[in-house]
Design a protein around this ligand. Structure first.
Ligand code: GDP
Ligand code: MN
Length: 349
């Protein structure tokens, strides 16, 4: 903890000069962004923020995926902002289309029913392709074959604080596999059958369940029901061996065979999270509570004053989501046996 350090010592400890030398020990990682050409202008601020707070020091590559060809404008503008190499990949058709045996009428009816419940993206077909791609296909793209780690970036995100150490390197050095910043509850109606299917899969494949897993993060009753908690996957840093594992692939194949990405509206976040919580040891999962981050309405703003000042954070700790009721991160602290920061109660509502 930095609590015993003076302000000056903290600034020294976290000065970027000290950390520049680390760029010689980069891991084999890259940023990955899935985007439409029309996402360009929402994305440029995200990229600037990643670059200004982190990547100007470390220069990691950045891979973009799209279900269509990227325009020259998209490629020119994004590559002008990024200090690492940039690559632009088109998603193969078979990773972004309806499965052959999908009942199109049933899928249309399901979209309508979900829409009547007022669920966000209920009527969107492309959102479902996106969730399925992020669940089971992105890591199979040949452009990622040479990388061991990925850090996901979306439009309309922001990093609030200087990130003065290499988050990838941190993961590698500390045997972490899955890293996140924000956790939250899912809308039940989007994943009604997901836990039932997960339990079916697990009873056929109990060998994939890790000892010392994080089941208690996703279930309050020892696995009988899903408590809807998940890591918010719009920011995640993951060792790709996790997605490439036999366990994850078998799980995805089981889930995909139900076609419920289309008959419901399964998100990639609960799927990544359930898999990480069951197939990994709990100490292979890491919460970057020190990474100030926002995506749309929710944000992680470190509540420690000294930390915020020494990292030039541009966020109001009253807006920190970590300990709010709809977040799952308070539970995460508890099930991991982590000590909550001083004064956390002050930021809990
Ligand atoms: P939300 O974060 O759940 O509100 O969903 P987003 O609209 O941010 O979509 C998640 C990610 O997928 C973002 O990086 C989007 O740019 C991307 N995305 C969403 N829909 C599409 C699509 O139809 N085509 C492509 N190429 N990217 C998409
Ligand atoms: Mn988003």
């Amino acid at each position: 903890s930095d609590n015993s350090l003076t302000q000056e010592e903290i600034i020294n400890k976290y000065s970027s000069i000290q950390y520049q030398s680390l760029s010689t020990s980069k891991v084999n990682g890259c940023f990955v962004t899935l985007a439409r050409n029309s996402d360009l202008w929402g994305l440029v601020d995200s990229i600037r923020s990643v670059q200004d707070r982190f990547n100007n020091k470390f220069n990691y590559d950045w891979i973009f995926f799209n279900d269509e060809e990227f325009t020259d404008e998209f490629k020119e503008v994004t590559s002008s902002l990024i200090s690492g190499k940039t690559k632009y990949g088109k998603i193969p058709k078979e990773h972004w289309s309806f499965p052959e045996n999908l009942d199109l009428n049933k899928a249309a009816k399901a979209r309508e029913d979900l829409s009547n419940l007022g669920v966000i993206y209920a009527e969107s077909v492309s959102y479902r392709h996106m969730c399925r791609f992020e669940s089971g296909f992105f890591y199979k793209h040949p452009m990622l074959a040479d990388y061991d780690w990925y850090w996901r970036v979306e439009p309309d995100i922001q990093f609030f604080c200087d990130i003065n150490y290499d988050l990838f390197r941190y993961m590698a050095d500390n045997n972490k596999v899955y890293g996140f910043a924000i956790s939250i509850h899912e809308f039940e109606a989007t994943i009604s059958s997901l836990w039932g299917e997960t339990k079916k899969f697990l009873s056929d494949n109990p060998q994939y369940i890790a000892k010392d897993n994080l089941l208690d993060f996703i279930s309050d009753d020892g696995g009988a029901t899903y408590n809807l908690c998940h890591f918010w996957s719009n920011f995640e840093i993951v060792n790709l061996s996790f997605f490439r594992s036999e366990a994850y692939e078998a799980y995805f194949q089981h889930l995909d065979a139900t076609n419920n990405f289309f008959y419901e509206r399964w998100g990639d976040a609960p799927i990544h999270s359930i898999a990480a919580s069951l197939f990994l040891k709990k100490d292979e999962i890491h919460m970057f509570n020190d990474v100030g981050y926002s995506h749309s309405v929710y944000q992680n703003c470190p509540i420690d004053n000294d930390f915020r000042l020494s990292h030039s954070c541009a966020c109001n700790p009253d807006n920190d989501f970590t300990f709010k009721g709809y977040s799952c991160s308070g539970k995460y602290f508890d099930v991991q046996g982590l000590k909550k920061p001083n004064n956390w109660e002050k930021y809990s509502d």
